[in-house]
Design a protein around this ligand. Structure first.
Ligand SMILES: Nc1nc2c(ncn2[C@@H]2O[C@H](COP(=O)(O)OP(=O)(O)OP(=O)(O)O)[C@@H](O)[C@H]2O)c(=O)[nH]1
Ligand SMILES: [Mg+2]
Length: 252
């Protein structure tokens, strides 16, 4: 079979979940294409194939819209890594991860790893500024109600929005995820390593997010390879429901 026709079998699956508009598609575009592309709200899902050293990693984008919720557990089936994404300027988007998305990961692999990712960090200025909190929830302040245009960050040029989610809130969610999964905190990756703040707009922390996860799923790849040594090659054309995209990939 000519090289171009040969099917590449994904060795491992990574899925990105989260509410609509948090920037899931933008994070994938930023990582794969190294730029922020215009996006439209995702319909169903899409996948990308990333070559990572000798391995092929399928990256699954999902729709955050409620109407596609039923598809989520199908996308998570057999996943070795799940990125739970929220928007750092939107408290509800963090709450939704626990209320709506976490249960979708019941179909993921038993050794699946979880990352909690706060995107749109460029909209906070400075990115880790302290906010006023009451009972674990941010106090919602009217930000620029008296301004016709919001103030602009001198560093990024983006409008300054109040941070609604602190890193500690994400860490606490990660710890609750481990409890939900009945995983031992001592033998699981630490929260400080698995909670990221990213910006698909500036690219901050995007490569490090994906590549940390790629390195962490290598043991899962080796386990699955040894378990399915004899299984036939899967043609990618039969694999994804919506769209696929391939790159020449990076290296480890
Ligand atoms: N400022 C800023 N805007 C972002 C960032 N990431 C995404 N956006 C914008 O947020 C909007 C939604 O981004 P998408 O990537 O389409 O969001 P999504 O999570 O894929 O949404 P659904 O497909 O509906 O689930 C777009 O206008 C993006 O340009 C970011 O890091 N910073
Ligand atoms: Mg999308």
């Amino acid at each position: 079979m000519p090289e171009t026709k040969r099917a590449r079998r994904p060795d491992v699956k990574l899925v990105i979940l989260g509410d609509m508009n948090v920037g899931k598609t933008s994070l994938l575009h930023r990582y794969m294409d190294k730029k922020l592309s215009d996006t439209i709200s995702t319909v169903g899902g899409a996948f990308y194939l990333k070559q990572w050293g000798p391995y092929n990693i399928s990256l699954w984008d999902t729709a955050g819209r409620e109407q596609f919720h039923g598809l989520g557990s199908m996308y998570c089936r057999g996943a070795s890594a799940v990125i739970l994404t929220y928007d750092v300027t939107n408290w509800q988007s963090l709450a939704e991860l626990e209320e709506r998305f976490l249960s979708l990961t019941d179909t993921a692999n038993h050794d699946c790893i979880y990352a909690v990712v706060g995107n749109k960090a460029d909209l906070t200025d400075p990115p880790n500024e302290e906010e006023d909190y009451e009972g674990g929830c941010p106090i919602h302040k009217p930000h620029y109600a008296s301004h016709l245009t919001p103030p602009v960050s001198p560093t990024t040029g983006s409008p300054v929005a109040n941070r609604e989610v602190r890193k500690e809130d994400a860490v606490a969610l990660y710890q609750r995820i481990l409890r939900y999964k009945v995983l031992d905190e001592r033998s699981s990756p630490p929260a400080e390593k698995m909670c990221f703040e990213t910006s698909a707009k500036t690219g901050a922390n995007v490569d490090v997010l994906f590549e940390t996860l790629f390195d962490m799923v290598l043991p899962s790849i080796l386990r699955m390879r040894s378990e399915s040594e004899a299984s036939p090659t899967v043609d990618l054309e039969d694999y994804g429901p919506v769209s696929s995209k391939q790159t020449k990939g990076g290296c480890c």
